[in-house]
Design a protein. Structure first.
Length: 202
């Protein structure tokens, strides 16, 4: 039943077209989250925008190495993981800075932007679902979009608790969790990519 459901949800795109569409969607939501995150001083939105611009770069790079060898793809994946981790650290740095300001962001802006981002990242995840097991490059692109969707759910929850508590702490907590999700995912995929690179060196 699970396999049948997954097959029904898969979009019929080529690898290149799937990556291009996911790239454009990620870049769009990055711009939206960064603008409103900056406007509202929302750590959750700014952290997720950092995640999304990192993902857009990862997806963009993935487009150009579709036909490359597994070793080249693994090397590029390792490079992308370092970049991904950098954006995770930037997200945590933004949370640290925001702790010193007592501005409560708009719960409605956080909630609606989080919901829009969730829809976009679910679409991106489903588009890439068919290709995630082909190589580490496509797997990295899929994981990016999947993690973004999880982060978006946290943003929506953060918006609700900002409304209930009239406090910025739920927003700061969501931003922190998103930052650590980025770092953990980058580390795990980086280790897997390194193993693939070493295996293809032989």
């Amino acid at each position: 039943m699970y396999n049948i459901l997954m097959k029904m949800l898969r979009f019929n795109f080529s690898e290149k077209n799937a990556l291009i569409i996911a790239f454009l969607l990620n870049f769009f939501i990055f711009a939206v989250e960064f603008y409103y995150g900056f406007l509202e001083s929302s750590s959750a939105l700014l952290s997720d925008s950092a995640h999304n611009v990192g993902d857009a770069i990862i997806l963009g790079a993935s487009i150009f190495i579709i036909s490359s060898s597994q070793r080249i793809k693994a090397i590029v994946a390792i490079t992308k993981c370092f970049l991904w981790a950098l954006f995770g650290l930037l997200a945590l740095h933004q949370v640290y800075i925001s702790m010193f300001f007592d501005k409560v962001p708009s719960y409605s802006v956080i909630g609606w932007i989080g919901f829009l981002a969730l829809i976009i990242n679910v679409i991106s995840t489903l588009i890439l679902l068919s290709f995630k097991d082909r190589d580490v490059n496509l797997k990295s692109a899929y994981i990016c979009c999947r993690n973004d969707a999880l982060g978006n759910i946290m943003i929506i929850i953060a918006g609700f608790f900002v409304y209930r508590l009239q406090s910025s702490w739920p927003d700061l907590l969501a931003g922190t969790i998103i930052g650590f999700i980025i770092l953990i995912s980058a580390t795990k995929l980086g280790i897997e990519s390194y193993k693939i690179m070493m295996l293809n060196n032989k």
